[in-house]
Design a protein around this ligand. Structure first.
Ligand code: NI
Length: 227
């Protein structure tokens, strides 16, 4: 499942984040690539661990943890510290799959990447190209979102970034390990949660159907979660 989460940040917040990021020490993006992707990748990146990356990364993680749609869809176990990239002057990232295991440094945090996230930090009208193309079972999806919005997709999907032929595309990208490893199980839980919230709005939290659906949700989560 590919999910668009709107307005993780307001426009004013994006402007403030961009001010910090744009002043950062941008370098060649190949420093974080795995073997397969190193050849296909042409972009700039903020070094992992530099001050602007850490500062804005913390704000991104906080915003995600406070976003009920994101939490319900991703069921995050561990969010890898967000990274930042920038494409301009024809830069692109050819088709690839993200590494299964992500490790920070030599003996830092290690996660299994279940879900990949791109948080857009440039307005679509400020650049040409730069679409994120995600190959799904039923065909390719092209994603180019307003600044402040994100897309969440299974890390097992092949994906690429089209060349940016005008302006610059700045984004945050990162991976997370989910409490629920299987994409279909996680998607079922998300749909059950959305449906339960809908009944809750209609009938109120003490309605027997809401209580039974909530119990079902938690009992499925208990079966499937790895904590
Ligand atoms: Ni990727």
């Amino acid at each position: 499942m590919l999910l668009h989460v709107p307005e993780v940040f307001t426009k004013a917040e994006v402007t403030a984040l961009r001010r910090t990021l744009d002043a950062g020490p941008w370098t060649d993006g190949n420093v974080t690539s795995g073997h397969q992707s190193a050849t296909a990748k042409r972009n700039m990146q903020l070094p992992e661990g530099c001050a602007p990356s850490l500062e804005v990364g913390r704000l991104v993680t906080q915003a995600l943890e406070a976003n009920p749609v994101f939490v319900s869809a991703a069921l995050p176990h561990t969010i890898y510290p967000p990274l930042f990239n920038r494409y301009e002057g024809g830069q692109a990232f050819g088709v690839h799959v993200d590494n299964a295991i992500r490790r920070q440094g030599r003996d830092g945090l290690r996660i299994r990447s279940d879900l990949s996230v791109t948080l857009f930090l440039s307005e679509p009208e400020d650049y040409d190209g730069g679409e994120l193309i995600i190959e799904e079972m039923y065909g390719s999806q092209s994603v180019k979102l307003p600044a402040g919005d994100l897309v969440l997709y299974p890390s097992k999907s092949l994906h690429r970034v089209m060349p940016v032929t005008r302006g610059a595309r700045v984004a945050s990208f990162f991976w997370l390990q989910s409490l629920v490893r299987d994409d279909a199980d996680r998607e079922s839980l998300f749909k059950l949660d959305v449906a339960t919230q809908r009944v809750n709005l209609d009938k109120g939290p003490s309605d027997p159907a809401v209580i039974e659906l909530t119990a079902l949700y938690h009992n499925l989560l208990r079966r499937w979660a790895e904590v």
